[in-house]
Write a protein that binds this ligand. Structure first.
Ligand code: SF4
Length: 377
């Protein structure tokens, strides 16, 4: 690990020195520090500080999971301006999958050895709690070793409401049927003014955070995210990260944070505002700021689907310690223009990690390492 002295000596932007010293001392950064991280042009210093923290927390170990993405419906009655995945009823693209459809799909060769099923989908009022109970029970009967990671915090809110039951009862029944953890989407940007412009109609920050709190109290671990690269400003991002950090202090239920780069194609937001694709510079900054500011969230993911596999590999030296996974058949980002492949093989992930000088490790949802790697693909 580079010495503290060498890190301090390499800092070009002198206004970062104080923040750097706090990082090296293991002190928490405040909002002003966070804003400085978002406004400096000294990206290499951010990277070196974030990498220092990453090595302190995880050494060279870098995780990935063998995972499958699946959306049980793309029909959605909520209208997020950034979303190219949603379809309205009657749209020729609209679909709803039955438990049998999903089991048939999971039985195909491409899913061999998959450890985790990550499901998020649209908000469709015809699906109620009995649909999810039936789905989870049938999947677990057929694939008892596949971990079920399902529902954003807003999705569970929607389906509890249309089922006419409390969020607590909805979760209890889903957990009894096989739900094991939740992904971190739906957070977008917590600032209400920005939210009104990018996802009007979506439940607000308090509901997202409170549902995460309820999940954590029930023992369901979750991830957390932020959608960046659209019309937000640094203050909105630090406010967002600060709210996540505050909840984590209370519950310790977040496993990983994933910065999500906005994809500009085929959605209203990209047509309304003069937004350009995020740059590599901006993507690396998000990873580094996250590692430095979110001192209590264990893992930072570089989501290769949105930022490309090459940049995700570089992000391992900017604070990220998780390349997410094989991510078989992701639809949501690809519908919005992500140019990345539909999946990566485990071998490719291992190569990306080891050729960057880190040590690959296949994990489960709780970041436990598998003694035996899953079937090679
Ligand atoms: S992001 Fe989710 S909730 Fe929003 S429109 Fe798309 S599918 Fe619906």
């Amino acid at each position: 690990m580079t010495s503290d002295h060498a890190i301090l000596r390499g800092i070009r932007d002198s206004s970062l020195k104080n923040v750097a010293q706090k990082v090296l001392n293991g002190q928490r950064l405040n909002i002003e520090d966070g804003l400085l991280l978002y406004t400096t042009n000294d990206l290499s210093s951010l990277g070196s500080l974030a990498n220092h923290v990453r090595l302190r927390k995880h050494g060279l170990k870098t995780f990935y999971v063998h995972s499958r993405r699946l959306s049980y419906t793309n029909i959605c009655y909520t209208h997020c301006q950034f979303c190219a995945f949603q379809a309205k009823p009657g749209d020729p693209r609209a679909y709803v999958l039955t438990a049998e459809d999903i089991i048939k799909d999971l039985s195909s060769d491409v899913n061999k050895g998959v450890r985790e099923l990550h499901m998020v989908a649209g908000h469709y009022p015809k699906l109620k709690i009995d649909y999810f109970e039936d789905l989870f029970i049938k999947i677990k009967q057929k694939f008892p070793d596949i971990h079920l990671k399902v529902f954003t915090m807003v999705e569970m809110d929607y389906y509890a409401r249309v089922s006419g039951i409390s969020i607590e009862e909805f979760l209890d029944r889903c957990i009894a049927a096989g739900l094991e953890s939740c992904p971190g989407g739906g957070a977008e940007i917590f600032d209400e003014e920005i939210r009104q412009k990018i996802c009007i109609g979506k439940k607000d920050a308090e509901i997202w955070l409170n549902n995460a709190r309820i999940c954590h109290k029930k023992g369901l671990k979750t991830n957390c995210t932020m959608l960046y690269g659209h019309i937000e400003k640094p203050l909105h991002k630090i406010d967002h990260l600060n709210r996540l950090r505050t909840l984590q202090d209370e519950t310790n239920g977040f496993l990983a944070y994933i910065p999500l780069a906005y994809q500009i194609e085929d959605n209203e937001l990209g047509r309304t505002y003069p937004i350009r694709e995020t740059t590599g510079y901006a993507d690396l900054r998000e990873i580094a700021v996250a590692r430095l500011f979110l001192d209590n969230i264990p893992h930072i993911k570089a989501y290769w689907v949105m930022i490309t596999e090459g940049l995700a590999q570089v992000a391992l030296s900017f604070g990220a310690n998780d390349l997410d996974g094989t991510i078989i058949q992701e639809e949501i980002a690809h519908n919005a223009g992500a140019k990345t492949p539909q999946m990566l093989t485990k071998q490719r992930l291992q190569d990306l990690i080891s050729s960057a000088g880190y040590i690959p490790s296949e994990r489960d949802h709780l970041y436990r390492e598998y003694a035996q790697p899953s079937a090679a693909i």
